[in-house]
Design a protein around this ligand. Sequence first.
Ligand code: KG4
Ligand code: ZN
Length: 358
Amino acid sequence: FCSRLVLGIETSCDDTGAAVLDETGAILGESLHSQKEVHLRTGGIIPTVAQQLHRENIERVVHEALERSGVTPSQLSAVATTVKPGLALSLGIGLEFSKRFVRQHSKPFIPIHHMEAHALTVRMLQPVPFPFLVLLISGGHSLLTVARGVDDFLLLGQTLDEAPGDTLDKVARRLSLTKHPQCSTMSGGQAIELLAKKGDRMRFPFTTPMGQSYDCCFSFAGLRNQITMAIVKKEKEEGVEQGTLLSCVNDIAAAAQHTVAVHLAKRTHRAILFCKANSLLPSNSPTLVLSGGVASNQYIRNALSIITETTGLHLLCPPPQLCTDNGVMIAWNGVEHLREGKGILSPNVDVFYEPKAP
Ligand code: KG4
Ligand code: ZN
């Protein structure tokens, strides 16, 4: 191999991921173990369960990624691992494994910020020069940031309560969508996107959050409350038990998805105007990168494309498999650090990062 090789390891939430990338962003080998099914059954992530599943899978996942790549540990240039933010117990497994691994093989260690990795993944596929605007929407986060460099981010706004993916997951759970024949193995967000296609969003006119707030922050808890109250009202009208609503489910899904999309689009519009007023983006072909699990939603993408079209921004969305958590985006962030010689630690550093309990 003439190019430098990085092993990336991700365990911040409910995916155990590993990947080996070369310096050009070519994926030489990867492996991903998702805990989604287990957490769907328990109605949400129980941190100790997630930790145990990471513990059971980390070794195999890393070795699979290495084996598939044909790269031996000694050929690696560095190991990059998510150290924050995320579930402390989950992060700990990846971190402990990586500490042992880099010591054993005497490899430099690159601690990775999960959100920064999401934000820069797009650069793996095409050259997107700094600075660019990023909207990151997932189950755990909702934020707008200007990416100015590999380790230089200007945070414009984030969620004041929960993230849009979390909201959609909770609404889906409240509607028992996993019992729905078409949605049994889907995430809440995916289930809502599917059902919304057959729904009429006008039947539930939810109020878009933060209409009077002149910043770039987000809020979804109040919207979730509106949606829950609408579900309760319908259940009462129909005289059915909680979580067994049959009619209107598509319409509620459509209205929920629409309101989330409008909220995201309005806040992003504000961020773009702010960036323009303060010359934070290049005047020549400024870019909005849309990433995170919720970014795979086509309806939400369309809403954002209307905003970028009217403001003259170029909209980039990495493909869905790169928008969700995986080892690839972590390895890529390692490559970005390695190229710039930033944030690279020696294999013998005793304490890299101890994630704080939430
Ligand atoms: O990025 P991700 O895999 O994990 C983190 O949260 O970091 O995102 C998962 C989230 C879940 O909340 C899921 O419901 C949501 O992304 N999601 C979607 C869609 N696919 C996944 N939300 C809306 N529409 C989708 N098609
Ligand atoms: Zn993520």
